[in-house]
Design a protein around this ligand. Structure first.
Ligand SMILES: [Zn+2]
Ligand SMILES: [Zn+2]
Length: 184
């Protein structure tokens, strides 16, 4: 799916911010280095992230998760509004006039909040709220944007959660019906 040159890079920003805390193992991966790279990959050109920026972005996880789990357009709109970012038509680096979301002196956390939520709004507008998911894996709290053509994704990672479900179902089958062993 395409969402436009400006939105394309940010449609997965919310997903990356929420999933930078891995519930399954209780590990928080968010660091100044990771936050800086997540933001730079989406066009952030300000200073590198500080520890304070990391703390502020951690607090965005719950409101962003809410959009994935409740499909609340209101919550996504509110996040963009709270960032204080406004549309501005700009041209730079030989690219003709195009829209940016910006605000003079915007902080990195506010920039991330606004762009992560804007990315979700672009998905909802173009693809519908049903593209926002929480993983169906057992005890997996990861969220994701389903960008597949037929909206068939149910797991954050087919290789991890998809496989765990497959193994669990396989064991259950073997347990209930030993004679079927070898047929799967
Ligand atoms: Zn630009
Ligand atoms: Zn998962």
């Amino acid at each position: 799916m395409r969402f436009g040159d400006y939105a394309d890079p940010v449609v997965t920003l919310a997903e990356d911010v929420v999933n930078s805390y891995r519930h399954s193992v209780g590990v928080d991966d968010l660091s100044p280095a990771l936050l800086t790279s997540l933001a730079r990959a989406r066009g952030w050109s300000g200073a590198d992230a500080s520890d304070a920026d990391v703390s502020a972005v951690r607090s965005l996880r719950e409101p962003l998760r809410t959009v994935f789990e409740t499909h609340s357009v209101f919550a996504a709109n509110a996040l963009v509004a709270s960032s204080g970012l406004v549309p501005e038509l700009v041209r730079h680096d030989g690219v003709p006039w195009h829209l940016h979301l910006t605000r003079p002196g915007v902080s990195l956390p506010a920039w991330v909040a606004g762009h992560a939520a804007f990315g979700l709004l672009a998905v909802i507008e173009q693809g519908g709220v049903s593209r926002l998911h929480r993983c169906s894996g057992p005890d997996c709290f990861a969220v994701f944007v389903d960008l597949s053509r037929n909206q068939s994704r149910v797991f954050c990672s087919p290789a991890v959660c998809g496989n765990r479900v497959h193994v669990k179902a396989h064991r259950a089958r073997k347990g209930v019906s030993p004679r079927s062993r070898g047929s799967a």
